[in-house]
Design a protein around this ligand. Structure first.
Ligand SMILES: [Zn+2]
Length: 434
């Protein structure tokens, strides 16, 4: 349970789950979040409706945070000419992890191994002035990695990756501030998700020819990232051999229940790719200058962060992420129509709602079936007549019956605030006004 500090109410939910270390692959099957098919291929999971609801919510959440932080979103294709990756350096330093190129007329195209080159070209698509900088370009985009089949599993090692990525093009003087701001954006998103990283790592190059050779640029980027970490006040450890091929990076590490670490979020300062792509901006002096690229990912790949959240919450997701947020339980067919009307109001408010009627079994069985749903409302003749909603929370608390509009507004406000708590005040244990 120590691995589960962000899930205050999860302690009462695990009855749902047999016991030991949560495994997102097993939970993903049981909860019907995602799956694979040998005909699609290993490392290529598909997302079922409940998993897709979580993913969609997460993607909208991150886009909203980025918009508020001054990012502009783009879309770019998942393919590019081989030549593009020769320029970026991926072809030379990263080819073993890329899918083989496809012949297309006189060209060869490849599935992209990263989004950076496309964003560099978007920057380069017209002349840039220092007044536009920092220019923050973000995309939740697909990229591909040719992982050997032996290491593939669930959502943590996949061949098709949806990356939360962004590149900040800025002056060298702005780079440290942008990286500090990126770390703050990351910390805020982790708080909303209940994720507690285990450490910050300053990832440096190691031995071997994996890295571009330009000692002066490596030193400059490393000095800047070290300054960024000091300014952010987070403890960190340096690790050799973990850098990107084009520069050092700050990696924010998470761990699963078994203590296995992986990188969730990253911030990098890159002098190399602006050089390779010949990026420029016009300075206040009227001369051309080279921008810096700050690469950053707030939640990393959607696959990995969802895998982590599944294990963290064991299916008992915070209300704002839950695939179904509210389940309505009409006591008998007599209350069906009332339940359907409440369902309609929930849909109008953007809530994910289900009606579980008597055809799905006795009330006790339906409540058990909905045990991972944050909010349940039993609708009996009295609630139907009075226009009230008597909410039961997933953690067992019962809320005094409230007028439907008020109950839904309270849930909506908690969802909008990405609250980790299910209710904003302690519920009365016996359920109030009876
Ligand atoms: Zn990048």
């Amino acid at each position: 349970m120590t691995s589960n500090p962000g899930a205050p109410e999860a302690a009462s939910a695990p009855r749902a789950v047999p016991a030991p270390a949560p495994d997102h692959r097993r939970l993903g099957r049981e909860l019907e979040l995602f799956g694979t098919d040998p005909l699609i291929g290993s490392g290529l999971p598909y997302w079922l409706p409940d998993g897709a609801a979580i993913r969609h919510t997460l993607e909208e959440f991150i886009r909203d945070r980025e918009r508020r932080a001054g990012y502009r979103h783009v879309y770019s294709p998942v393919l590019g000419k081989r030549e593009l990756y020769e320029i970026s350096g991926h072809w030379r330093h990263y080819r073993d992890d890329m899918f083989p190129p496809m012949d297309l007329g006189a060209d060869q195209v490849v599935l992209r191994p990263s989004l950076c080159p496309h964003h560099a070209l978007i920057y380069r698509s017209r002349a840039r002035s220092h007044r536009e900088l920092p220019l923050r370009i973000a995309e939740l985009g697909g990229m591909y990695r040719s992982e050997p089949s032996g290491v593939l599993g669930g959502l943590t090692r996949v061949r098709a990756i949806q990356l939360n990525d962004a590149h900040v093009f800025c002056t060298p003087e702005q780079a440290a501030d942008e990286a500090v701001a990126a770390l703050e954006l990351i910390a805020g998103a982790h708080r909303a998700l209940g994720i507690r990283p285990v450490r910050h790592r300053l990832s440096l190059p190691g031995a071997g020819g994996k890295y571009v050779a330009d000692p002066a640029l490596w030193e400059r980027a490393t000095a800047l990232l070290t300054e960024v970490l000091r300014r952010s006040g987070v403890p960190f450890e340096a690790a050799e051999g973990e850098a990107a091929f084009y520069g050092p990076k700050i990696d924010i590490q998470i761990a699963d229940a078994a203590g296995r670490e992986s990188t969730l979020s990253t911030v990098q300062i890159d002098f190399h790719q602006p050089e390779r792509f010949g990026l420029r901006y016009t300075g206040p002096d009227g001369a051309k200058h080279r921008p810096v690229m700050v690469h950053r990912s707030v939640i990393g790949s959607v696959e990995r962060v969802v895998a982590h959240l599944i294990e963290l919450y064991r299916g008992a997701f915070p209300a704002w992420l839950a695939p179904t947020q509210l389940v309505l339980l009409p006591l008998s067919e007599g209350e069906r129509e009332r339940a359907e009307r409440v369902r309609g109001r929930c849909l109008d408010l953007g809530l994910r709602v289900e009606v579980a009627g008597p055809e799905r079994g006795g009330l006790g069985a339906r409540i058990r079936e909905a045990r991972l749903v944050p909010y349940q409302a039993v609708i009996g003749p009295r609630e139907a007549a009075d226009g009230l909603l008597a909410l039961r929370l997933r953690d067992g608390r019962r809320i005094d019956p409230l007028p439907v509009a008020e109950a839904l507004a309270r849930i909506g406000a908690l969802v909008d605030a990405c609250a980790l708590e299910l209710w904003d005040e302690p519920g009365s244990p016996g359920g109030g006004r009876e």
